[in-house]
Design a protein around this ligand. Sequence first.
Ligand code: GDP
Length: 191
Amino acid sequence: RSSGRLVGANSDNGGAPDAKNLRVKLVLLGDSGVGKSCIVLRFVRGQFDPTSKVTVGASFLSQTIALQDSTTVKFEIWDTAGQERYAALAPLYYRGAAVAVVVYDITSPDSFAKAQYWVKELQKHGSPDIIMALVGNKADLHEKREVPAQDGIEYAEKNEMFFIETSAKTADNINQLFEEIAKRLPRPTTS
Ligand code: GDP
């Protein structure tokens, strides 16, 4: 079911000698509380720990994945930009970002509206070839769902985004999210 395999954060050179090693800046955007930190923690450390905050000032975490074609992709993940108190700094974060992951909480229509705000911001100020993903997180809370999956799908289609629903709590689709992004990255041309 998964097309990539996780390798350690420091195993950039663990692939084949001719492996193409990509490094990409990825920014997370979305309302506070939608689960951005938990998604990063789940992806990077394989844990769900609601009490731990990943976000510490302007820092990033990195994680490398290997794809089947022996490309490795090192994600440098920034998750501070979406916080209200950093809103004015947001353009500094998403400038130079190859990938933006816009997260909402499927139990919160407000967070879905906020996600749409971030998409518009990225369309205005982000790099024109930025790869955007729309993520409906907390998919485990289906009994409290207030944003139908179809709404996410349609909005993403209209805005040429990749769409996925995830759960940082159960780990559902977390690795798949990053693998799908990796597949969409432009590859350096080989001679
Ligand atoms: P951030 O402000 O977007 O970084 O959100 P956090 O990662 O701090 O998460 C906010 C709250 O949502 C925490 O209490 C988490 O335990 C909870 N949370 C995050 N992801 C999930 C999820 O996938 N499912 C459920 N049920 N709760 C989650």
